[in-house]
Design a protein around this ligand. Structure first.
Ligand code: 13P
Length: 238
């Protein structure tokens, strides 16, 4: 079973790199691989108008209502996005999102015809005390693992730290996550790795059989580095 590799740029609370809008930008669709950019809400429309495959970093499960500062999945879909991040650890940390909130977001995304990219991953303390699989299993078991879902394994301790699991440790977790996916979709569901991916280390992660691409933070803001990561995925997965 072949899964099309996917490299997603999570720009977090940073402006879109101006080069992203160039005609030959690394963030544009290319053959043999899928790319997505996740800009701030303020940059979503410009990215869509430039023809970049674009997603939102968050969406509220309700379609409209009294939720100051929020944007709904319904609105995100209507704007033209195809993707939405759900449950990023920075949202869990900064906004107190719990597993049940992440489930509500993912269900709302699916109801609205959006592809949710759902983030899971353990903290440093949880890995240290060997509870990492237990925690990730808890996060995954509650999810609506339907056809349009992509999972991103992002160990919290690897995000923005320059520290990563070994590719073998990541593969071990990816295979474990895959084993939790209902059999009918086990081989077709993409599982991305995220956390301090760079042009230098990307290929060794993508060489792992259960790592189907990456969710890239800091390195995705540098167009040349992002291009190199995309190329690493094309080369290792073709
Ligand atoms: P970094 O690539 O900056 O570690 O961030 C990873 C991430 O959180 C992507 O969603």
């Amino acid at each position: 079973m072949t899964r099309t590799p996917l490299i997603a740029a999570n720009w977090k609370m940073n402006p879109a790199p101006p080069e992203a809008f160039n005609p030959d930008s690394a963030y544009r669709p290319q053959s043999g691989i899928e790319t997505i950019v996740f800009p701030t809400f303020l940059d979503v429309r410009a990215c869509l108008e430039a023809g970049l495959p674009t997603g939102a970093q968050y969406g509220h499960p309700d379609s409209t209502g009294a939720h100051t500062g929020d944007v709904s999945m319904t609105m995100i879909k209507k704007t033209g996005c195809q993707f939405v991040l759900c449950g990023h650890s920075e949202r869990r940390r900064d906004h107190g999102e719990k597993d049940s909130d992440v489930v509500a977001q993912a269900e709302s995304a699916l109801r609205n015809g959006l592809h949710p990219v759902i983030c899971v991953g353990e903290t440093a303390a949880e890995r240290k005390t060997k509870r990492h699989k237990q925690v990730v299993e808890r996060q995954v078991r509650v999810l609506p693992l339907r056809e349009m879902v992509t999972i991103a394994y992002e160990p919290v301790w690897a995000i923005g730290t320059g520290v990563t699991p070994t590719p073998e440790q990541a593969q071990d977790m990816h295979a474990f996550i895959r084993s939790l996916i209902p059999e009918a979709r086990r081989e077709t569901t993409r599982i991305l790795y995220g956390g301090s991916l760079t042009a230098e280390n990307a290929a060794e992660f993508f060489e792992q059989p259960d790592i189907d691409g990456g969710l890239v933070g800091g390195a995705s803001l540098k167009p040349d580095v992002f291009r190199a990561i995309v190329l690493a995925a094309v080369q290792t997965k073709s």
